[in-house]
Design a protein around this ligand. Structure first.
Ligand code: AOF
Ligand code: ZN
Length: 438
């Protein structure tokens, strides 16, 4: 199954309004645009389903009419298929289901989707990718085939897997997928020597950054960043870019593919959710007057320190707790700060599948040094500061040799206004490149 290059007709269809019974007009393969729509729905649910993967499903009847569609709901609630099947009702009989992940075969928090698909009389299922969850891993497809349903696997697999990189990492390691993000000058600085940082990147890049926050599960910064910038770490610009068009690459890190939320938000009880905010603060010395400690922000804040057993630490913990901040302790790393691997274990146990690390330099360095960065998103602004604070580490830290540098694979370069966004993988999950099986 191949994906055709995006056409204007494909784009138009892929952005059809979120309602059933939309007639296919002309040209293009039904498979192509229907799966593009399913991928758009999946992308729209990112950040609202964890630790469940965000999946999209579209049901098309024999005359090419969309009779149902849906995306995974919040964790513990419906998977994508039952949402689409409920919309289709009796019109699912003899129809084709397009779904970005293999329908599940297990009794989890919800009954097996594969059984619901069979019971509804769907006769053909087009799946982007198998489920990396070992409880499913091909069994959903086997179950469909045993029931006489025709199943094809692989359409849109690259896109679907990129959208599910966080889930795949979490299911394999019980830790989140880590994206290190920073905005720097061309000489790699995030502030002048006096600490001035507003603004190095332009409005488009800042808007993009809010869009990324909207589909990660958690954002992490160090206490130094809280002191220097007093950030809110909320997502305030959820509407970015275009829906996924037929044949187009979709990537949650790239502006143009983050779909507008409204069509999907209507299906989500927690549409207004915010990512978990995480602060690494060894001694809990972040200001109680900071926005993050104020208790006035939507969503939750978690401060992770290293409990030294002193009454001081306990009393600072109590002060933070009074502002509605949760405090956790993990063991120290070599530098006495919270061991970042332990932080990932803690977040993974809370169902965080994708973590956006926003700095500052010490925190970034800790994640790079521990080899725990999966992906980098660097915004480079067309200016040279000529000194000041580096984005990662210090002039005195870091590897002795370039062989110790984190080189990026699978790079993408995108213009964001006057700035350049460079993304790439430091550790590319093997799952992304597995040949689609089926
Ligand atoms: C699907 N469709 O939309 C999603 C699936 O605990 P449960 O019942 O919610 O099951 C969670 C698992 O189901 C999850 O780990 C993944 O394997 C699969 N997710 N499956 O058929 C969906 N989100
Ligand atoms: Zn399911």
């Amino acid at each position: 199954m191949t994906e055709r290059p995006g056409s204007s007709a494909g784009r138009e269809r892929a952005s059809l309004p979120n309602r059933a019974s939309t007639t296919v007009r002309s040209g293009g393969s039904v498979d192509g645009w229907a799966m593009a729509r399913a991928l758009s729905l999946a992308a729209g649910a990112l950040g609202r389903t964890s630790p469940n993967p965000a999946v999209g499903a579209v049901i098309v009847d024999g005359s090419g009419i969309v009779v149902g569609e849906g995306a995974t709901r919040a964790y513990g609630q419906a998977h994508a298929e039952p949402v689409a099947l409920a919309m289709a009702g009796g019109r699912a009989r003899d129809a084709t289901l397009y779904v970005t992940l293999e329908p599940c075969s297990h009794h989890g928090r919800t009954p097996p989707c594969a059984d619901a698909v069979v019971a509804a009389g769907v006769t053909r299922v087009v799946v982007s990718t198998l489920d990396p969850n070992p409880r499913v891993a091909g069994r959903g497809i086997a179950r469909l085939r045993e029931a006489g349903v025709s199943v094809e696997v692989g359409l849109g697999a690259g896109v679907a897997r990129t959208l599910m990189a966080g889930f795949a990492t979490w299911i394999a390691t019980q830790r989140p997928h880590v994206i290190a993000k920073f905005a720097a000058s061309l000489d790699g600085r995030i502030a002048t020597r006096t600490g001035e940082s507003r603004w190095i990147s332009g409005p488009e890049a800042r808007r993009w950054a809010h869009g990324v926050r909207d589909h990660v599960d958690a954002i992490l910064v160090g206490a130094g960043t809280v002191r220097a910038d007093d950030p809110a770490l909320t997502s305030r610009t959820p509407h970015l870019g275009q829906p996924v068009a037929e044949g187009e690459e979709a990537d949650p890190l790239l502006d143009r593919v983050v779909p507008s939320r409204p069509a999907v938000a209507a299906t989500h009880a927690d549409a207004a959710r915010q990512p978990l905010r995480v602060v690494l603060d060894t001694q809990l010395t972040m200001p109680l007057t900071s926005q993050l400690a104020s208790g006035r922000l939507p969503g939750a804040t978690l401060v992770v320190g290293v409990d030294d057993g002193t009454a001081d630490w306990a009393s600072r913990r109590a002060s933070l707790a009074r502002g509605g901040v949760e405090v956790a302790s993990v063991g120290p790393g070599v530098d006495g700060r919270p061991a970042v691997a332990a932080v990932l274990d803690l977040l993974g146990a809370r169902g965080v599948t994708t973590l956006l690390v926003e700095g500052g330099a010490t925190v970034h360095e800790a994640f790079f040094r521990a080899g725990l960065v999966d992906r980098v998103a660097a915004v480079l602004a067309p200016m040279v500061i000529g000194g000041g604070h580096p984005a990662v580490g210090t002039a005195a830290s870091g590897p002795d040799h370039l062989s110790g540098a984190s080189r990026l694979q699978g790079r993408s370069v995108t213009l964001l206004g006057e700035d350049v966004l460079v993304t790439g993988w430091v550790r590319r999950p093997a799952w992304l490149d597995d040949a689609a099986r089926g």
